[in-house]
Write a protein that binds this ligand. Sequence first.
Ligand SMILES: [Zn+2]
Length: 261
Amino acid sequence: MPELPESDAARRRIADQCLNRTIEGFDLGEVSHVELPSKAERDRLVGTQFSTTRRHGKYIFAGTKGGPWLHVHLGMSGSLRVWEEGEAEPDFARLTIRFEGGRRLSFHDPRKFGVLALVEDVDAFIEDKGLGPDAMQIGDNAFADVIGSTRGAIKSALLLQSKLAGIGNLWSDETLYRCGVLPDARACDLEAATISHLHRAMQDIMGLVMDKNADYSQLPQDWLIHHREAGAACPRCGGTIAKKTVGGRTAYHCPEHQTGA
Ligand SMILES: [Zn+2]
């Protein structure tokens, strides 16, 4: 499921390839279970241009000059594809934006849980959703306040979007793996130095994933992401990767070097 770095890679596709081009129209694919802008909302965008982008947690926004923002949430499996007129349309394109000059931007979503909607005020939208601070923006002290005060499992605390927006199953596991903390350790029992280490590791990990444009093949081989399988050898200590359910989510970890300190 896309998390902050994957959402940022999608945002960058809009920023790099779709700004300052007039929107000429839209093509709709098969759309059940995908939330899309209404015909009236799409009509508002025709003739305008995206001039800027924003991201908060997993939420992406493309803004028109002085007008509404198009909000994109990738859901379970969504992605944004940029292509040119004359090329084959991507499979599972639920909505395609036609820009001047033949540029196309498609929302590709095989599992259909994504959202595209018009938003007037991004800050009000973030507040309405009850989202906590963006995981890449939050400072050390604020992180310690929100995460260190949580009585539940540290993995569950990292996943709560009302505390910290953007981190999901994959990158919470990676962060805990790097820091040697068990996913079901109680957050409020962790030492201050451990909480601070988690903060630095989380931002370092997601920062590198963003630098690599969420291309996992370019991530270091000793990261957990390449070994997420029960019984796999831990590249850090030679232990055995295990999985357990924490707060209803599957957590991969190494019980040898993740001790919960
Ligand atoms: Zn290990």
